[in-house]
Design a protein around this ligand. Sequence first.
Ligand SMILES: [Zn+2]
Length: 383
Amino acid sequence: MQGIFKFLKSNWFHFLVLLLAILTFCYGYYVDPLQNERIYLRTIYQFHRRIYDATLGHLPFAFVYVLFLLILVWLGKGIYDTFKFIRERKFLTIFLRLISSAGLIYFLFYFLWGFNYKNRPIHAQLNLPKIQVDSNMVYEDAFHLIDVINTLRDSLSSDTCHLSEMLYNKETEDQLRASLTQLFKKWYLPIDGRVRVRAIAPDGILLRIATAGIYLPFAMEGHIDKGLPKVQWPFVMAHEMSHGYGITDEGECNFVAVLVCANAKDPYIRYSGLLSYWRYMANSLLRIAPTLGQKLVAKRSASVKNDTEYIKLKLNSYPDYLPVVRDQIYDAYLKKNGVASGIQSYGTVINLMQKWKFSYHNRDLYEEMYGSQVTEQLNEKRK
Ligand SMILES: [Zn+2]
């Protein structure tokens, strides 16, 4: 009996971590989405944001580098302790330490951000209309937007060669945040804190695992690959920033990112967002309705064509490591967290945009993108 007490006393921290992990599991299992939005998204998560963004968010470099060093030290200590316990034949302690380490990662992931997976999807939070999206609607949207994109592109530079990387504005992160918080306010979504998105080195570090950006709950910041073509930076930054404001689904973050960019003042940011969205539509049509897709692609101006080719060229210079394994891991991760469509969820941006077009949200922005005449047609369709 005394031995058990001694074991409990000397390992109290690891038992506490296990208890937290169990409570995390129980909360996630029993909470319903509306309750979670009230308890977690609108209260606990906002508290995290205010603390983090007022402190580590002001570091002149990404916290992820410090986190990486801390993980190395933690692993080093773990290995040292394990060898010590093997010599002392304390196998139960090794087992306890292993599961408490997994428990700590599990607890921190959900407590710092992951409980947002339990919120309602954005189409439910925004009460977007339930409409059936078909390829003609997508074609009409893309057909209209390519004119807007061609004009925007011409306003940035008259040179038809791909856009110079020099045109990227250093204020982009702040401008995106201003645009995002303006949108979220109108949607009654919480906006405490000041989510950071950092460009991390070396070039290709994320692109080689086939992702342009990543939001790390343990670092509470979004990250984009420094090697990403600059014209994609605003869109990918807006995507990662939406994760930081509590959106978990990839397609929903893309949807928010399109609107955040379209709502920004800087034409470079608007161009980045609309071009990314247009490319989603064009690629999807090229797959399901190739004739329509080809008709669309032919409508790009020479400058837009050169920009997209430059994007492809630059991305191809960072080929994937083990793409199949990476896809399977990420797919399993998304499905485990309740994103039924897994990796395909990135493409739901198209559906969400069509639903948003038929909603009553942000009509000023809608008119800016589609013109006031289209609003009249939309009102007709709604009747
Ligand atoms: Zn994402």
